[in-house]
Design a protein around this ligand. Structure first.
Ligand SMILES: Nc1ncnc2c1ncn2[C@@H]1O[C@H](COP(=O)(O)OP(=O)(O)OP(=O)(O)O)[C@@H](O)[C@H]1O
Length: 281
């Protein structure tokens, strides 16, 4: 279900039109578990926007709601000017959204280039028969897919492994292939779920450079989940902090770093609820 963001009205509508993503009051429940609760989140065009928080804080749930994997129980999600109660998963690519996954989701038996090419599947408009026969529109699209995939493979420094089977490559390189596959669809919004998980410090720095390139060379606005706070602080324009499904802080890296609620969440200071529970024991 979608409506137009203009229906929200008000003097700030011009500013809103520069928003690539706008969440209002988004809540997601799993039975008795509140995974995310009443979340507002704005992502401006060209922004690198991090979402951080301790384990189980709701970060992946949020990305899954934005990418249409989960239907929120309450709230709205606007992609550009179009407001959804739930983002239609089947239209996500056409809406200009691409994502990577916390656990690698690549075709291990295909080459790097072939994996990247699969990222353009949603943009192909030729019919199956045209593709089988290899005529006209299908042939043009195939050439276009190849050219764009090679350009992304080159930009992400994957040329030397472009014909290698993905399953034979080091983990850090596979994560980069996943980024390339997301980028080749030319998304306006790129969702990265822990793109640096399991990497060495050097690989993380390298990946941070490629995330910047995704924004600066490929014009993608970026929502990034990452556990390495040092990397996040250096890479992000703004950071939203989740804790127990709620947003407890949102601002520039410097503002978030100095926020007492964030410090408490990361140092594991007992929550009020915990204290009440303990006093019952
Ligand atoms: N499919 C599911 N079914 C039931 N509960 C779920 C499901 N997915 C997540 N949850 C619960 O929702 C809450 C938020 O989980 P989520 O995975 O979004 O957190 P996270 O911040 O991404 O954690 P992590 O950093 O460990 O990946 C947790 O309590 C989790 O147990």
């Amino acid at each position: 279900m979608s409506t137009n963001v203009a229906e929200w009205g008000g003097a700030k509508s011009a500013a809103r039109s520069r928003q690539i993503l706008t969440l209002r009051g988004v809540t997601l429940l799993f039975g008795g578990v509140t995974a995310i609760s009443d979340i507002d989140l704005d992502v401006a065009e060209g922004e690198i926007r991090a979402i951080i928080g301790p384990n189980g804080a709701g970060k992946s749930s949020l990305i899954n709601v934005i990418s249409g994997v989960y239907r929120p129980d309450r709230g709205t999600i606007a992609i550009g000017d179009t407001v959804f109660a739930d983002v239609p998963g089947s239209r996500v690519a056409r809406l200009g959204i691409a994502r990577t996954y916390q656990n690698l989701a690549l075709f291990k038996g295909l080459t790097v280039l072939e994996n990247v090419e699969t990222g353009r599947a949603a943009t192909v408009s030729s019919t199956f028969i045209e593709q089988v026969i290899g005529i006209g529109r299908a042939r043009r699209e195939e050439a276009d897919t190849r050219a764009r995939s090679e350009a992304v493979v080159d930009a992400l420094h994957l040329m030397s492994v472009r014909d290698r089977l993905v399953g034979t490559l080091p983990y850090g390189v596979q994560k980069r292939v996943e980024l390339a596959r997301a980028l080749v669809s030319e998304p306006r919004l790129l969702l990265l779920d822990e793109p640096m998980a399991g990497m060495t410090a050097g690989e993380k720095q390298e990946m941070a450079g490629f995330v910047l390139a995704a924004r600066d060379r490929f014009n993608a606005s970026i929502v990034l989940i990452e556990h390495d706070i040092g990397v996040v602080m250096g890479l992000s324009d703004r950071i939203a902090v989740l804790d127990y499904g709620r947003k407890i802080a949102d601002g520039t890296p410097d503002a978030v770093r100095a926020d007492q609620r964030v410090i408490d969440a990361y140092l594991g200071v007992a929550h009020d609820d915990d204290i009440i529970e303990e006093s019952h024991v």
